[in-house]
Ligand binder design. Structure first.
Ligand SMILES: *Cc1c(COP(=O)(O)O)cnc(C)c1O
Length: 364
């Protein structure tokens, strides 16, 4: 049997047909009809007015900081319990990160957010908020705090396409949101991202920076410097095909979560779903009671050629961010010391999920 991955790419069927259309039209070159269609399908699904297709979500986060004019020593708040790509763009713009811990939701603690704002040496310009593993953060409180404090809210919904809070798509609450279509995300274009916003001027600015900051003139004229961050039309075609199956993927991921949690709820505590929300359950994640049990389980699964991983190591524990400011209370450190991500590919059969659960149980 082939190795079981955390979340392998899973094509819907129409992707190759759309790629063929791209080839037949010879519009292989950057941009083109399918990039526009992909942006439109995200706008429709997420009910958001503006979208910009990019070659990664990291690029989207970088463009958000750049387009908001956040740079050089500005303070940017961020979830500490996240993947490094959420916060690397803070370094690209030479800003100062302050990492903030999660609470029992596993996502950013509104209480610690207030504390971080109060203790920040300068008024923070932005918050990069991660919806971890596709599950919603406490949006009512976080949006209100950011609005009151005039802090730009940038939602890292890289893992959270298809997740909702109060029936509103994650990624559409703030001033900007990003989605990722990297290989292991809920849908994939092999690599890609999308920046979304209510504000058309912001997206226009990000679009300008994403294509080398070109002035609309016959010759190449530049008043500012930019990037090469756009998505190709070939990958846009994959994206259009994948959007057709997004809702199926969400439903299946949620079923996989239910199977695992029914089988293992007596020995583990699963990532919660906060009231009023419906996450995408991109990965099923859970905590064991004892520290380091997860390492034994990972080893046991690996012997069966099944991939699993510890939870993401918090940013304030990363050597690269040693010395960075953080407002933490030990919650993410505790979760990291005893938590695991189980394989959650939407193409897994019930039997395979049950097999994984049995190996987990017998490893304890
Ligand atoms: C995957 C991921 C990213 C980066 O997405 P790319 O498209 O690979 O740049 C950012 N943040 C989080 C939380 C992620 O999981």
């Amino acid at each position: 049997m082939a190795r079981v991955f955390l979340s392998a790419p899973y094509m819907g069927g129409n992707e190759q047909k759309y790629i063929k259309e791209v080839f037949d039209s010879n519009y292989i070159a950057p941009l083109g009809e399918f990039v526009d269609r992909f942006e439109q399908s995200i706008k429709d699904y997420c009910q958001i007015q503006n979208a910009l297709a990019l070659n990664s979500a990291t690029a989207g986060l970088h463009l958000a900081l750049r387009s908001f004019g956040i740079k050089d020593g500005d303070v940017v708040l961020a979830s500490t319990f996240t993947f490094a790509a959420s916060v690397n763009p803070i370094m690209y713009e030479r800003c100062e990160p302050i990492f903030i811990d999660c609470d029992e939701s596993w996502n950013l603690s509104p209480k610690l957010l207030k504390e971080a704002i109060a203790k920040s040496p300068k008024k923070p310009k932005a918050l990069i908020l991660t919806h971890l593993y596709g599950q919603a953060s406490k949006m009512n409180e976080i949006v209100e705090i950011c609005q009151n404090e005039n802090i730009k809210l940038i939602e890292d919904a890289a893992e959270a396409l298809g997740g909702f809070y109060d029936k509103k798509a994650l990624g559409t609450f703030g001033d900007a949101g990003v989605y990722s279509f990297n290989g292991n995300k809920i849908i994939t274009t092999s690599g890609g991202g999308m920046l979304v916003s209510k504000d058309p001027n912001f997206i226009a600015k990000a679009r300008y920076y994403s294509t080398q900051a070109r002035e609309p003139l016959l010759h190449y004229e530049h008043l500012d410097y930019g990037y090469n961050y756009r998505l190709s039309n070939v990958l846009g075609a994959i994206g259009v095909g994948q959007m057709e199956v997004l809702q199926d993927r969400v439903e299946r991921k949620r079923q996989i979560f239910d199977i695992y949690s029914n089988l293992l709820k007596d020995i583990a505590e699963f990532m919660p779903e906060i009231p009023n929300s419906r996450g995408n359950r991109w990965l099923t994640t859970l905590l064991f009671r004892e520290k380091n049990t997860h390492l034994k389980v990972i080893e046991a699964l690996n012997k069966h050629d099944i991939e699993s991983r510890p939870l993401w190591k918090p940013m304030h524990l990363q050597p690269v961010f040693k010395g960075a400011k953080c407002i933490v209370d030990g919650t993410s450190e505790d979760y990291f010391s005893r938590g695991i991500c189980l394989p959650s590919g939407a193409d897994m059969s019930d039997e395979l999920v049950e097999k994984v659960a049995n190996i987990v149980r017998s490893a304890l």
